[in-house]
Write a protein that binds this ligand. Structure first.
Ligand code: SF4
Ligand code: SF4
Length: 224
């Protein structure tokens, strides 16, 4: 029997949260310097949000006029496309020098208003040191690899869908709620096609350490 893709996204989030239980993190509630307009996500992650958060709440937060003016990172390549290009020796060319950011529209009084369904891009933003005191986040190499592998699987299970900045994906979903197909992908909304995993980005010296996580992710996603 096939799994519901939205349930699988939730399972992947739970698996990641379990990984973080033992992580060395300075992240706490109301610590929100990382809550910017630069969060990206997939179509399925957006559908999980629209499944739980009311249309009114989303439209209040994302009035198109206000959001059009918000500076934000708008990726030109998905994670798996970027990796595929690197693997084939092409220049991935996804640089956006000087991409600015604003405060995430879902942040209120220092807390996330959609916390239970926030996308993976928010969940994986962690740091061993307080960003506000240091001006940057610190994350170890293995956690970076874990984050990349989770991003790859989250895109893989939505390979007929799309990705983009969270604001653009939600705006697109609100504008085109029915029959979303790759043909609907529009430059107006700055969203990009997803791709299957070309190869998992795990350095040779981390492969043993990553094996259990990869096996768990593969099990969760095989019945879609
Ligand atoms: S990543 Fe930085 S700003 Fe975000 S919660 Fe963690 S310590 Fe705070
Ligand atoms: S969605 Fe929530 S957790 Fe993510 S950046 Fe916005 S306020 Fe922060």
């Amino acid at each position: 029997m096939k799994n519901n893709p939205l349930d699988t996204v939730k399972e992947i989030y739970r698996l990641y949260d379990a990984q973080l239980k033992t992580a060395d993190m300075a992240c706490r509630k109301y610590c929100a310097d990382c809550c910017t307009t630069n969060v990206t996500m997939t179509r399925l992650e957006g559908l999980l949000i629209t499944d739980v958060v009311s249309e009114k709440q989303i439209s209040d937060r994302l009035s198109k006029k206000a959001c059009d003016a918000l500076p934000r990172y708008q990726p030109r390549l998905s994670t798996n496309t970027y990796i595929e290009r690197c693997r084939s020796g092409e220049d991935p060319d996804d640089d956006q020098p000087g991409a600015k950011s604003g405060i995430c529209p879902f942040l209120e009084s220092g807390a996330c208003t959609i916390y239970p369904v926030r996308p993976f891009g928010c969940r994986c933003m962690i740091s061993k040191i307080k960003c506000s005191q240091n001006g940057y986040a610190e994350i170890d190499e293995v956690t970076l690899t874990i984050n990349t592998v989770f991003l790859q699987f989250i895109e893989h299970i939505d390979q007929k869908g799309f990705s983009g900045n969270m604001i653009d994906v939600l705006t697109f979903l609100s504008a085109k709620p029915d029959d979303i197909s790759p043909d609907d992908i529009s430059n107006d909304y700055r969203i990009i096609s997803n791709r299957p995993i070309p190869v998992l980005m795990v350095p040779p010296d981390q492969q043993r350490e990553m094996q259990d996580i990869i096996t768990s992710l593969a099990r969760l996603t095989e019945r879609l």
